[in-house]
Design a protein around this ligand. Structure first.
Ligand SMILES: Nc1ncnc2c1ncn2[C@@H]1O[C@H](COP(=O)(O)OP(=O)(O)OP(=O)(O)O)[C@@H](O)[C@H]1O
Ligand SMILES: [Mg+2]
Length: 221
């Protein structure tokens, strides 16, 4: 039975793709059959040059390109707006089927979200938010957060939103962590206020994520 985790973040460009690549790489290096999936990706001309292409290459998955993503939009805007401009709006049935196809090939599937936790995926006659995809996949979440000033606010808002939506949170990963008094305090305050653990800190240009691979694999459900 395949297991999954969903990687979201406190916002766009926070490092979901960068950290996901390190996570998948770590699992694969420990001998696990780990793959990737992203439902809706905006701002790329082709899969190879997208988030999915980056993770596929960096983590050494060698996953078939057409299984990595369900929807690819050229415009670098939220999927709901990209679909309004380009057509081809997200269908949850396709997302579910595509994710299950990846689960048939890989034992540990890391799904990357679009944007932050509040991201409209489709907004026409049907309304789909990112959380609908998370619930559809039925997997817990890991939150990627910044390490510096402002992260206590954005991280706790994100975990409180997830709690309110009944989505399980496995932990927080601080990205671009360089340490020092403020960042160490951010880590402690985030754990205390949110009630969730910071499970790893990724430094700028890290090529490896400092986390036990068994513990990491144990977060997948
Ligand atoms: N720890 C890091 N060290 C060096 N560069 C990083 C690090 N984290 C992120 N970056 C860079 O910052 C940029 C944004 O990161 P990334 O693409 O992972 O964000 P994202 O959350 O996946 O964005 P999106 O919402 O578009 O999917 C990228 O150019 C990435 O290479
Ligand atoms: Mg990304």
């Amino acid at each position: 039975m395949s297991k999954g985790i969903f990687v979201t973040a406190t916002g766009t460009d926070v490092g979901k793709t960068y950290v996901t690549a390190l996570i998948v790489k770590k699992l694969r290096e420990s001998g696990l059959n780990a793959g990737y999936y992203k439902a809706a990706l905006s701002g790329a001309d082709c899969i190879a040059e997208s988030d999915a292409g980056y993770v596929n290459k960096t983590a050494g998955i060698n996953q078939e390109e057409n299984t990595l993503i369900s929807y690819l939009y050229k415009n670098a805007v939220s999927p709901h707006l990209a679909a309004e401009i380009e057509g081809n709006p997200v269908e949850l049935e396709k997302v579910k089927a595509d994710y299950e196809r990846v689960c048939q090939i890989y034992d540990y599937v890391t799904a990357e979200g679009s944007g932050g936790i509040i991201c409209p995926i489709r907004w026409d006659d049907r309304h789909i938010l990112l959380e609908d995809i998370i619930k559809l996949l039925g997997v817990p979440v890991v939150v990627i957060a910044e390490s510096g000033l402002g992260t206590i606010n954005s991280t706790v808002l994100t975990t409180e939103y997830l709690k309110a939506k009944g989505i399980a949170v496995k932990g927080i990963i601080l990205n671009n962590y360089t340490g020092g008094k403020m960042q160490e305090d951010n880590l402690e305050m985030i754990e205390e206020i949110s009630g969730f653990p910071v499970i790893a800190c990724v430094k700028p240009d890290d090529k490896d994520i400092d986390i036990d691979s068994k513990f990491l694999a144990g977060l997948y459900e």
